[in-house]
Design a protein around this ligand. Structure first.
Ligand SMILES: Nc1nc2c(ncn2[C@@H]2O[C@H](COP(=O)(O)OP(=O)(O)OP(=O)(O)O)[C@@H](O)[C@H]2O)c(=O)[nH]1
Ligand SMILES: [Mg+2]
Length: 452
């Protein structure tokens, strides 16, 4: 079960209780790491000294507890246990549990006084104790360090059936696929060919001159950056017309429709990219489904300022005339950050699936753009051409596909321009491939709704 390098015989004989699917999810949550089992309470004893003997000075660790009601839960700390008697600040500390199949994380105390590094049993925030009183128990002291819903976390069943601690190490194994799982020609000719196809593209439906592509996705996923990247490619230099960056809430607050020109003096290209405000998990924050519905139907004008409290109210006179096919959206692109997929909350997933139902009902083409592949995988960061050789990216694509309920073939990984000062061939090829696929899908949709 534990395929990782084990250094001594005692450890070697330990068998992990963690089911394979949950182990994989926790590893992905921690950014592609390896877990090595250090301590197993049923073998070494539910007591502080046995725990410290095996877990001190081991770097980042993950504690996984089990109870007989079937709950698997615990916590991660990035700072060594050393029995220093000090309060530890740990920005990365979190508690986790599983809701259904999905791991849910809870951050603690913004990292401040994350835990007391004493000689006692492992605890989080001096509040949640594992192996409490040197017994197979979990104990929530219920002080105000943080709020934890113990009913969700462990079904209020405080009796532990097992408690394990794993050493967490960045995966050293470079996992390469033998053959790329999608083929891409990373050449200047291919880039030129793609640009030429996009330039010369003409929708077959005569009433539509431009394909309207709508970008939807969580805050900070890279929607505005995708427009900036495509604009940069056709302008031949890095541009940043749409504001992009990072903030707690969406940086984009207006609905923007961006036509793109083929070079500074060039002709407009046959598509328009529509940028929206980011989705947030709470209702009454971020973009809401009513607004999306109005956008899809072509009722929201360029520069409309979103109001998270009330949705768009169509102008009585104008709305008496339904928007023409030309003004409607022809392809919806869900922009998802590759580094955040496992952390996506159930609420956000629900919001996305409500949007999907709406888009499905209108029959509009849909695609997922998986951004930040460079941040997600160090291999890809080093060389973008290894994208389709990285098995990590492959699992991320599969994860997006299953969480959003879209076929794997509709998930397109890209790296947007973010800090670069110059264009880069590999980046361009990926971005243009994604754009061309969007045009193809939109074409299928138009063919379906407005046969010639
Ligand atoms: N490394 C890397 N960074 C990216 C990528 N795409 C976007 N970013 C960065 O992520 C941050 C957020 O990107 P935006 O384009 O502003 O995201 P957005 O979806 O428009 O966000 P809101 O408008 O706030 O909802 C910026 O700092 C970008 O530079 C990518 O593919 N790779
Ligand atoms: Mg934006």
């Amino acid at each position: 079960m534990n395929k990782h390098k084990v250094r001594d015989v005692t450890v070697n004989t330990l068998t992990s209780n963690l089911p394979e699917d949950k182990r994989k999810q926790l590893c992905a949550l921690l950014g592609d790491v390896d877990l090595t089992l250090l301590y197993k309470a049923s073998v070494h004893g539910y007591n502080a000294s046995a725990f410290h003997q095996r877990c001190d000075r081991q770097g980042p660790t993950l504690l996984v507890a089990y109870n007989s009601s079937g709950y698997i839960f615990g916590g991660y700390t990035s700072v060594d246990f050393t029995q220093s008697g000090q309060y530890i600040a740990d920005e990365d500390i979190f508690l986790f549990c599983f809701q259904g199949k999905i791991p849910v994380c809870m951050k603690l105390n913004s990292g401040y006084n994350a835990r007391l590094d004493d000689t006692g049993v492992p605890s989080f925030g001096q509040q949640l104790y594992f192996c409490y009183n040197n017994q197979p128990m979990v104990y929530n002291q219920g002080v105000s360090a943080f709020t934890v819903n113990t009913a969700i976390m462990y079904g209020n069943d405080t009796q532990l059936s097992e408690c394990e601690v794993y050493k967490v190490e960045q995966s050293t194994q470079v996992k390469f696929e033998v053959k790329p799982w999608r083929s891409v020609l990373w050449t200047a000719e291919r880039r030129e060919e793609l640009m030429e196809m996009i330039r010369n593209y003409k929708p077959l439906t005569s009433s539509v001159s431009h394909i309207r592509i709508l970008m939807i996705g969580p805050v900070g996923a890279g929607k505005s950056s995708f427009f900036n990247s495509i604009n940069s490619i056709f302008m031949g230099r890095i541009t940043s017309k749409a504001m992009s960056g990072s903030a707690g809430t969406s940086l984009t607050t207006q609905f923007r429709t961006y036509p793109i020109k083929d070079g500074r003096e060039g002709k407009p290209l046959p598509f328009v990219l529509c940028d929206t405000m980011g989705l947030e998990e709470q209702s009454g924050a971020g973009l809401d489904i009513e607004d999306i519905s109005s956008i899809l139907q072509g009722q929201i004008p360029d520069r409309y300022k979103f109001n998270p409290v009330t949705s768009f109210q169509p102008d009585e006179q104008k709305s008496s005339r339904p928007a023409s096919l030309q003004e409607k959206i022809h392809c919806v692109v869900y922009v998802i950050d590759a580094t955040k997929i496992s952390l996506m909350s159930e609420k956000l997933e629900e919001k996305l699936s409500a949007i999907r139902r709406k888009v499905n009902s209108l029959g509009i083409a849909q695609i997922v753009l998986m951004t930040k592949v460079d941040e997600a995988c160090p291999l890809v960061d080093e060389d973008l051409q290894s994208l389709y050789l990285s098995s990590y990216i492959k699992t991320k694509v599969q994860e997006v596909s299953s969480r959003l309920g879209v076929p794997v073939s509709c998930v397109l990984p890209v790296k947007n321009y973010s800090q670069e000062l110059e264009l880069e061939l590999n980046c361009d090829v990926l971005l243009l491939t994604a754009l061309q696929q969007m045009l193809n899908f939109a074409e299928d949709y138009l063919d379906d709704v407005a046969p010639k």
